[in-house]
Design a binder for this molecule. Structure first.
Ligand SMILES: Cc1cc2nc3c(=O)[nH]c(=O)nc-3n(C[C@H](O)[C@H](O)[C@H](O)COP(=O)(O)OP(=O)(O)OC[C@H]3O[C@@H](n4cnc5c(N)ncnc54)[C@H](O)[C@@H]3O)c2cc1C
Length: 404
């Protein structure tokens, strides 16, 4: 395909901004238009469930790029402009008023929308979700000392929200049908330590599925199956995952299956359309990587693909999550491991779980062990063979395994 003259990037989250950044860094000199359904300068989402909820970060603290960057990089930001449809052939994006703006490449970076509870009463607009700046402001107003807050879903965002609400003096109930949430992602040991910590911090942890939500005036009653009771709450916030925003891709006939399917270059089933970030799923992988770093790396991969540059070597995916003053980090895919080796004492609160397949580390998760996680990532990416007993032995420096 010829070098593009105009690229339309649909969405203006991290994946979109990273794509623009990478296109310019790799020498793309043509037009770049960023279509954003939201108003204002694009912002980062991880602080929403952390410092923004705590009231420590303002909007200007969480911008993805300063205003000047858009001028410097010649990125035309179209705020509050929803792309209704994409027209890969002859090439353009259709806006709400029916106008088609031309583009010879399209990058879909539309992210996703939070799932609502699929039970009677579950779609009540007073039940809060957390994805946007506005969602975070609404939730923050409700996190008053003494308020009864029910958090449904103890995954990453639910756990962080429960922790912040506790810090702000709310009486928090955390509801999840799974006894030890996150175990498939971080392994049993880390998942158990994380979940136990909620209880230690005074959160009422309930293992049950929500089967209905009823309004009682301005309050809620949550019905729970298999629990023999209900939970009363002033505020409910739901964190049970997202639905990838695939509608424009589906309507254009692109291959979609729990995300827009892409190859390693983030190219979709249409050669002029790429997809990046939370909305994309690499064909052959079981899940989408709904994490910050994956969105950023996708931008670079798509830019290289569009410009015909060689791809970089793949790296193990990484994410972090902050709760109760501790940091969880994980790399790789724990489900691929045959067994787990622990490094560090579980009671110390700061330890590492390494997932092994044969003599290779394929995944790791850690609480408050950032330096080790960095080293383990290199061990995974370089496919180093390891001695499992040395991994477990704290007196063996993990870095020494890289030099063998
Ligand atoms: C509260 C919260 C906390 C998080 N914390 C962490 C964390 O601690 N660690 C971590 O690794 N990850 C974290 N993440 C995940 C990480 O932020 C996401 O993976 C990342 O933001 C995905 O970026 P994206 O650009 O793919 O999608 P998004 O950031 O969702 O951006 C998509 C944008 O596209 C816009 N859009 C959609 N459709 C259209 C359309 N048709 N036309 C125009 N615009 C459109 C949307 O309005 C949105 O602005 C967190 C996410 C949230 C929500």
């Amino acid at each position: 395909m010829n070098a593009p003259r105009r690229i339309a990037v649909v969405g203006a989250g991290l994946a979109a901004v990273s794509t623009c950044d990478a296109l310019r860094a790799h020498g793309y000199d043509g037009d770049l238009v960023l279509y954003s359904a939201e108003r204002g300068l694009p912002y980062d989402r991880p602080p929403l469930s952390k410092n923004v909820l705590l009231g420590k970060d303002r909007r200007e603290d969480v911008l993805l790029r300063p205003e000047q960057w858009y001028d410097d990089q010649r990125v035309r930001l179209r705020e509050g402009t929803v792309v209704q449809a994409i027209r890969p052939r002859p090439g353009g994006v259709e806006l709400a008023d029916g106008v088609i703006e031309p583009a010879d490449r399209i990058v879909l970076a539309t992210g996703g929308t939070p799932r609502t509870l699929p039970v009677p009463g579950g779609a009540d607009p007073e039940i809060l979700l957390l994805r946007t700046w506005e969602d975070a402001q609404l939730l923050r107003e409700r996190l008053l000392p003494g308020a009864r807050v029910a958090v449904v879903g103890a995954g990453l965002i639910g756990a962080e929200t429960a922790a912040v609400a506790t810090t702000l003096g709310c009486r928090v109930t955390l509801v999840d049908p799974v006894g030890v949430p996150l175990a498939p992602v971080v392994g049993d040991d880390i998942a158990t330590a994380l979940h136990d910590r909620h209880r230690a911090e005074g959160i009422d942890v309930v293992t049950a599925a929500v089967d209905r939500v009823e309004r009682r005036g301005r309050r809620f009653l949550i019905g729970l199956s298999g629990y023999g009771g209900t939970v009363a709450a002033d505020t409910i916030v739901v964190g049970i995952g997202i639905r990838p925003a695939t509608q424009p891709a589906e309507a254009a006939g692109l291959r979609v299956d729990d995300g827009v399917l892409v190859d390693a270059d983030r190219r979709t089933s249409h050669p002029a359309v790429h997809a990046v970030g939370d909305v994309a799923r690499e064909a052959g992988r079981r899940t989408r990587h709904e994490h910050w770093e994956a969105a950023q790396r996708d931008g670079d991969a798509a830019a290289r693909g569009i410009l015909g540059l060689p791809a970089t070597d793949p790296v193990a995916p990484w994410f972090w999550s902050d709760r109760h003053g501790t940091r969880l980090e994980a790399i790789g895919t724990m489900a691929e491991a045959e067994r787990t080796v622990l490094r560090g004492a579980v009671d110390s609160g700061a330890f590492l779980a390494l997932g092994l397949r044969g003599e290779r580390v394929v995944a790791a998760a850690a609480i408050d062990r950032t330096r080790d996680i960095r080293t383990v990532r290199r061990i995974i990416d370089r496919r180093v063979t390891v001695d499992p007993s040395a991994l477990a032995d704290e007196s063996t420096d993990l870095r020494s395994m890289l030099t063998r």
